[in-house]
Structures are given as structure tokens and as C-alpha cells.
Ligand binder design. Structure first.
Ligand SMILES: *[C@@H]1O[C@H](CO)[C@@H](O)[C@H](O)[C@H]1NC(C)=O
Ligand SMILES: *[C@@H]1O[C@H](CO)[C@@H](O)[C@H](O)[C@H]1NC(C)=O
Length: 343
């Protein structure tokens, strides 16, 4: 009887402990295996996507993103945590986005990044270019739902701000919580950090962005996100980038084999007939692919050559006509004059 109950216990425990709900970014729990346990991950309207020039449509009705109560008081405390997939900072729901079809309240922000050596870990890409990292500021539709758990699986449930991060100049705003990451090296660890002005984490230009309907980029991949990805990146220093890429583990402190937390980004997904609306329209070459730019340069070059050839032909014709006009003996008037004077 004992071995039988043990077997039952193992059978019950097995799918819960080793498979169900467990996901990561490589190996047997990597993104290709997500749809087995999270069917939406294999479904439509998934994120991230690559912002290819051919898919972009300028929309003059996309105005600058409006933030409310983003300047938090340092008397307030925010929870910085390691959830085993990323670093997450909790945000109060009185922080809001306005100017969108609904009112959205903030819930948390988190990051996706590359590895120590390969500083390419953004989820969205711009014409194939991957940035070093990406920040997502997650909001839920508080005009319609009481909390994020009720909103997360609804088609109009979430609005996420995406920010591209490049390695460059030191960023003092990010340091306000990056300096605490050594306190959350392992999964499920948390620390309280003093709040600050969250606006400083965003790029200066809030009027230039990509907008499309997509999903959570992590399981369960619900297609519930109105995406706004800012065009302008922010920078963090190499030392700050390495704080993300080398200090954190996706495993618990007591686990014997620590699993470094890196390369925690999902690859671009199919567009499924979606277009990406853009709020900006300007003369730089993001509007044209290099292919069409090269064709334009070549066509202009060819046009110039044809024009030169045409002028050359015209001049030649004219000089031939001149020769015919000035005497059948083939001399120009001045030459004829010379001849006459010599005679
Ligand atoms: C943010 O709030 C603090 C006081 O809490 C104030 O000193 C600071 O000027 C504010 N910053 C901005 C950009 O409004
Ligand atoms: C969210 O709201 C629903 C409905 O009011 C409630 O049942 C649930 O407990 C709430 N969840 C959280 C995490 O607050």
C-alpha cells in the first residue's frame, strides 16, 4: 500500500513541480516550448515585433503621452524584487496615463536585457536593430477593471510603455534603484527602495512613438496590451548594464546550481496582418528602407547621365549644323579671311 500511495503522490506532484508553470528563455523551458503550457503564446497578436519600415503608418492623431503623478515622493517606498525572470519595481496605482482611449493606472516596471558580452537584449527591434535592453512600464485599464489581475487577460486590459536602453552615458535616475540589485540577487528576494520621479526613466520626447496591439512578452502571453514604444532611447553606463547582466540569478538562493539571469528577451513575433502606427513623420531615413534609398540614388544618377548625354548630342548636332552653314569648303569665316589675306 505504501509504494502505491507514494506513486500516486509522485504522479500528482510531477506535472506541478517540474513542468506546469515553469518557463525560461533557453533549454527545455525556452520560448519555443511556452505554447505547450501557455496556449496564447502560440496564438495571434503576439509581442514583441520588429518595427519594419514597410509596416509603419503615420497617424496624425497620435499625441504625446501624458503622465500623471509620475513624480513620486521619496517618503514613499517601492518594492524592488527578483521574480525569477526579471527585476521588477512596484508602482502605485495613482500613477496614471491619460490621453488614451481609457484611463490606465501603473502597476510595475521591469527589464529585459542581453548578456555580459552581447549587449543586445531589447524585445522590440527597429528595422532589425536590437538595443542593449528594454524597460516596460506596465499599466492596467483602471477605468474598467478593479485591479491588474482582472485586467491582464482582457483585450483592453493593459497599456505598456516600452523604452529602448542603449549603453552610453551614466544614468543617475536608474541608479536610484539599480544600486539595490545586490540585495535581490536571487529569485523571490525583495527590498524596499525610496520612491523617486519615474518620469526621469523615460526619454525626453514622449511625442514620438510606435503604437500597436500586442501581448505580454512572457507567459501566459495574453493578447491584452496596447503598446507604446518610444522612438528615442535612453542610455545607461556599461557598469549599470553589467549590474543587470551579471549580478542576478533566476534561481533561489538555496539552489546548488545558480542560474544567471541574462538574455531574458523574447524574439520578434509574426505581424498577423497588423500595422504599427507611428506618431512621427520626418525626413530621416527610417521612413525608407535602404533598398528604396539605393534605388532613388541610382535613378537620380542615371537621370543625370542621360541629361549629360542628351546635352552632348545636342551640342554635337549644333556644331555639325554650324559647319554646314559656314561654307561648303569646310573653312570657318576667320580661316577663309586668313586664306584671302594670304592670296
Ligand atoms: C518632483 O517633486 C519634488 C518634491 O517632491 C520637487 O522638488 C521636484 O521639483 C519635482 N520634480 C519635477 C520635475 O516636477
Ligand atoms: C481583484 O478584483 C477582484 C474583483 O473585485 C477581486 O475578487 C480580487 O481579489 C482582486 N485581486 C487582487 C489581487 O486584489
Amino acid at each position: 500500500m505504501m509504494p502505491f500511495t507514494l506513486l500516486i503522490m509522485i504522479l500528482i506532484a510531477f506535472p506541478v513541480s517540474s513542468n506546469g508553470g515553469k518557463w525560461g528563455y533557453n533549454g527545455p523551458n525556452g520560448e519555443h516550448h511556452w505554447p505547450k503550457h501557455f496556449p496564447y503564446c502560440g496564438g495571434a497578436f503576439q509581442s514583441p515585433v520588429n518595427f519594419q519600415p514597410e509596416l509603419l503608418r503615420y497617424d496624425p492623431n497620435l499625441f504625446a503621452i501624458q503622465l500623471q503623478n509620475y513624480n513620486l515622493s521619496s517618503r514613499e517606498q517601492l518594492t524592488l524584487s527578483n521574480n525569477g525572470h526579471s527585476v521588477q519595481l512596484s508602482l502605485p496605482s495613482y500613477m496614471q496615463l491619460t490621453g488614451l482611449p481609457h484611463r490606465y493606472s501603473a502597476a510595475q516596471l521591469h527589464f529585459h536585457w542581453g548578456t555580459q558580452n552581447v549587449q543586445a537584449g531589447s524585445e522590440h527591434t527597429v528595422n532589425g536593430k536590437q538595443f542593449a535592453a528594454e524597460m516596460h512600464v506596465v499599466h492596467f485599464n483602471s477605468g474598467k477593471y478593479p485591479n491588474i489581475s482582472m485586467a491582464v487577460d482582457k483585450s483592453d486590459g493593459l497599456a505598456v510603455l516600452g523604452v529602448f536602453i542603449e549603453v552610453g552615458e551614466f544614468n543617475p535616475a536608474f541608479e536610484k534603484f539599480f544600486k539595490y540589485v545586490n540585495g535581490i540577487k536571487y529569485r523571490d528576494q525583495k527590498v524596499q527602495v525610496p520612491a523617486f520621479n519615474i518620469r526621469e526613466l523615460l526619454p525626453s520626447r514622449l511625442d514620438e512613438y510606435y503604437r500597436y496591439d500586442g501581448s505580454l512578452t512572457t507567459p501566459p502571453c495574453f493578447p491584452s496590451v496596447l503598446w507604446t514604444v518610444f522612438r528615442q532611447p535612453v542610455t545607461i553606463s556599461l557598469r549599470q548594464y553589467l549590474a543587470l547582466a551579471t549580478a542576478l540569478y533566476s534561481s533561489h538562493a538555496q539552489e546548488v546550481a545558480p542560474m544567471p539571469m541574462l538574455g531574458n528577451y523574447r524574439k520578434p513575433q509574426l505581424m498577423d496582418n497588423r500595422v504599427v502606427l507611428v506618431s512621427f513623420q520626418d525626413g530621416d531615413f527610417t521612413w525608407m528602407s535602404w533598398g528604396s534609398l539605393i534605388s532613388i540614388v541610382m535613378a537620380s544618377g542615371l537621370g543625370l547621365l542621360l541629361f549629360i548625354a542628351f546635352c552632348w548630342c545636342l551640342l554635337r548636332k549644333r556644331s555639325e549644323a554650324d559647319q554646314e552653314k559656314f561654307g561648303a569648303d569646310g573653312f570657318h569665316p576667320s580661316e577663309r579671311q586668313e586664306k584671302i589675306s594670304r592670296v
